[in-house]
Design a protein around this ligand. Structure first.
Ligand code: GLU
Length: 478
């Protein structure tokens, strides 16, 4: 295990364009885990500059998903922090100031070409088989032309001077990569209407927010050399870049609403345990050294190690996520599972108190994978038994029924109220009765639940509680 690094600052930088899907959530998970692992800061920055794609409530949806997963940021639009504002649109002053700084140092220049001229020259270059990026006739304008342009009303774009020759950058997963400066050309940083370009805003914000590690989807790899050039232009050391593989829909292909539940909150609504979704997402392209898969958030924080990330795209496997959900539900203190069940059960209608749910959680958690899995079972156990039905009447009218029910009541009256002693006491009572199991147990079960089949009777009685159990046995006897 690597020792903690000094001042790790990671960021999650979603655009508020809709519900957070599993792929983006996985990016958030790795950034959060890595920041926690190194006692650093996890920053949420909203990239809201594409106002046409932003949706109303987009920010709230992102927070709702992060909160559910337990990935609360240390700094962000809601939290505030020393590097704010945390919405990109509100950082326009910083973007302008940083562009002015590059003009001042001579690393950037004003370009007075109109977009249509640039486009026409681009097409001509393509036709002639020449590189298209290297079109910067304003790069070294004679001072006189410059003054003339500046005096005119035509607004200028701001572009970065990018020299020919290799631009090298390093990605933790892919190693050192190189692209030629000619293929990038003199990057536009600020458009002639004053809006910063995507890569300029991202790099300036990452620099200003002192981000130490940029962990993001592999789709952003082609942006990285452009951003690295900006770090160099500002004389700032680039962060560690980690481009993580893509999360694919079950069966392959892009994640979407149509292919399984793509949104993080869809999994909440289907009853998955949040820690299981976090656990699952962390395992998509990472594995613990000893191969352990069921890991609590704390265990993940302790073990996460970017050196163990794989580069292959992975399909969502809901079966595995459900298995993990079962593991996490089982490991949860009964108190917390009881609270989850309180949200999906008709607690009032069933006359349940906190203590009832807690006891039920102790014995029935092992039978569940999703939060709502135990609902039908709990309802059938706690609902007052219908002793008037044909099947129940048949069992209870058997000659041995009264004996079994009475002996059960006597045995349980003095038993410690735990599932195992209750089961043992019932077995002793059966032996004492001289009745076979198939004659003894069914009436007891029907008396308790009205059903001929169900889980272990010691567990059922334990969940029902002493008072309810003894009352039900008495009611069946009368
Ligand atoms: N806003 C970008 C996205 O949602 C992320 C940019 C980045 O991580 O550099 O994909």
């Amino acid at each position: 295990m690597t020792p903690p690094m000094a001042t790790v600052r990671t960021r999650f930088a979603p655009s508020p364009t809709g519900a957070l899907h599993l792929g983006n959530a996985r990016t958030a998970v790795l950034n959060w885990l890595f920041a926690r692992r190194h006692h650093g800061a996890f920053v949420l920055r909203l990239e809201d500059t594409d106002t046409e794609r932003s949706v109303a409530g987009g920010e709230a949806m992102i927070y709702e998903a992060l909160d559910w997963l337990g990935l609360g940021p240390d700094e962000g639009p809601r939290e505030g922090g020393p590097f704010g504002p945390y919405r990109q649109l509100a950082r326009a002053d910083r973007h302008r100031a940083r562009a002015a700084q590059l003009l001042e140092s001579g690393r950037a220049f004003r370009c007075f070409c109109r977009p249509e001229e640039l486009e026409a020259r681009r097409e001509a270059a393509i036709a002639a088989g020449e590189p298209t990026g290297r079109d910067a006739r304003c790069r070294d304008l004679p001072a006189e032309d410059m003054r003339r342009h500046e005096a005119g009303s035509h607004p200028a774009a701001i572009r970065l001077r990018v020299d020919s020759g290799p631009v090298e950058f390093t990605d933790l997963l892919k190693g050192t990569l190189t692209i030629d400066g000619d293929d990038l050309g003199d990057l536009v940083l600020v458009r002639s209407d004053g809006r910063p370009t995507y890569n300029f805003a991202v790099a300036v914000d990452d620099i200003d927010m002192e981000i130490s590690h940029v962990i993001r989807g592999v789709g952003h790899l082609s942006n990285t050399p452009k951003q690295v050039l900006l770090y160099r232009a500002f004389g700032v050391r680039p962060p560690g870049f980690v481009h993580i593989p893509t999360v694919l829909a079950p069966g392959g292909g892009k994640l979407s609403k149509r292919r399984g539940a793509a949104g993080v909150l869809d999994y909440r609504d289907r009853g998955f345990h949040p820690d299981a979704v976090l656990n699952y997402l962390s395992l998509l392209s990472w594995s613990a050294e000893d191969g352990e898969e069921f890991l609590s958030p704390e265990a993940l924080v302790e073990r996460i190690d970017l050196d163990r990330l794989g580069a292959a795209d992975t399909e969502v496997d809901e079966e595995k996520m459900a298995w993990l959900s079962g593991q996490h539900l089982r490991a949860e203190p009964a108190e917390r599972l009881a609270r989850r069940w309180a949200g999906v059960l008709d607690v009032q209608g069933l006359g349940l108190e906190d203590a009832d749910l807690r006891r039920a959680a102790e014995v029935f958690a092992k039978r569940t994978r999703l939060v709502a899995d135990a609902r039908a079972e709990l309802e059938s156990i706690f609902r007052a038994p219908d002793l008037g039905g044909a099947a129940a009447r048949q069992v209870l009218s058997a000659p041995e029924a009264a004996t079994a029910t009475r002996l059960a009541r006597e045995a349980w009256g003095g038993t410690a109220w735990r599932p195992e002693p209750l089961a043992l006491a019932l077995r002793d009572a059966m032996r004492e009765s001289g009745l076979p199991g198939r004659g003894f147990f069914p009436p007891v079960r029907v008396a308790l639940t009205g059903q001929p089949h169900g889980p272990d009777l010691g567990e059922v009685a334990y969940a029902l509680g002493r008072k309810r159990t003894l009352e039900r046995l008495a009611a069946a006897l009368s």
